[in-house]
Ligand binder design. Structure first.
Ligand SMILES: Cc1ncc(COP(=O)(O)O)c(C=O)c1O
Length: 343
């Protein structure tokens, strides 16, 4: 049995030996998944079938929101931004994120204004959000739950957006299993988009999921992923459907999510916390999914950084974002990968 407590220390003894990267897949699920794939192979329904519905139902129950499956995060992001209608408008985006976040807005015809993060949580800063929103009057905004916890300022940013009529979309690519006072990522703004890329807390190879409490947005997203079908082709979507093999994997992986997150929390608490005093500190009521384990000290044989270079630096935007630059220079990740085999 592979338990966090049984994890070996490195020869120096001071710190745990770094875990090798592995895609999170539990060997106990292999037979079931292969059985599902065989059933699909023998069926005549390889797309848009019962496994897609089951994956959506599983993610709806995980988050408490309606869920619409996509072939990747990007499809869900474009669908949400299309529903809002951001073409020709301004969209706020943090710079401390993967380029996918601002690029989705640019591809949707919006101009992007970057805002700063907090040093404590690496996520969007309420004060800077408000300052830039007052100045640039955005129609929509992204917030990113960087690293597996929910952005510490999410409630204040969501309340401000509700008050000002700004659509708030949550990038939940890192936030599988995260909870803030019991609420899942994606439940604070108007929609949330998850990714199931192989580095993520659970993966389907490629895959994405849009979650929302807004039935009109969900209907639009279903139509968007299928060239506008179901809307009389008024929704100008493309093909972002998920296939049944991927969806079946999503069902199996979602069922395993609680175990994976529980393992990561135990590994963080029992193995890493005692060894890393300069770690990111979570507030009371925050349950991280520990996509990453973040420390504010250089470490040897680590897992690099969440992001080496902020987006505003990549795209050479002149915005001044001191905390974002500070974070890029001063955080590191300790490997926290769910072990492949649990023999
Ligand atoms: C914060 C963030 N947003 C968006 C994405 C894009 O997701 P996908 O690769 O599923 O399109 C990723 C990573 O893959 C990410 O880390």
């Amino acid at each position: 049995m592979n338990t966090p407590a049984a994890h070996p220390r490195d020869p120096a003894g001071a710190r745990p030996a770094p875990l090798p990267f592995s895609v999170a897949f539990d060997a106990r699920d292999e037979a079931e998944l292969l059985g599902l794939w065989r059933d699909i192979l023998r069926s005549n329904r390889w797309s848009d079938g019962e496994h897609t519905r089951a994956f959506e139902a599983a993610w709806a129950s995980e988050t408490g929101l309606e869920a619409v499956a996509f072939n990747n995060w990007a499809g869900g992001a474009l669908a949400a931004l299309d529903f809002v209608g951001v073409a020709g408008e301004t969209v706020l985006s943090p710079s401390n994120t993967f380029l996918a976040t601002p690029r989705s807005a640019q591809k949707s015809g919006a101009s992007v204004v970057f805002y700063d993060c907090n040093r404590e949580d690496l996520c969007g800063s309420f004060a800077d959000f408000v300052e830039r929103a007052e100045r640039h009057r955005p129609k929509a905004a992204w917030i990113v739950h960087v690293g597996g916890h929910i952005a510490f300022d999410i409630e204040r940013i969501a309340a401000y957006c509700r008050d000002k009529g700004i659509w708030l979309i949550e990038d939940c690519a890192h936030a599988h299993g995260a909870r803030w006072k019991g609420r899942a990522a994606g439940s604070f703004g108007d929609a949330g988009i998850y990714s199931f890329y192989p580095t993520k807390t659970i993966s389907t190879g490629e895959g994405g999921m849009l979650v929302t409490a807004n039935p009109d947005l969900a209907r639009h997203a279903r139509s968007y992923r299928d060239y506008g079908r179901g809307s009389g082709y008024t929704v100008q979507g493309m093909n972002h459907r998920i296939d049944e093999f991927t969806a079946a994997m999503g069902v199996v992986q979602t069922r395993r999510l609680a175990d994976i997150v529980a393992w990561k929390r135990a590994y963080a608490r029992d193995v890493l916390d005692p060894a890393y005093p300069h770690r990111l500190r979570l507030p009371e009521g925050m349950e991280s999914g520990f996509y990453k384990y973040i420390v504010f000290e250089p470490i040897e044989r680590g897992a690099g950084k969440v992001y080496e270079l902020p987006c505003h630096r990549i795209v050479k935007d002149p915005a001044e974002l001191p905390n974002t630059d500070w974070v890029a220079a001063n955080h590191w990740c300790v490997p926290i990968h769910y072990p492949r085999r649990l023999d």
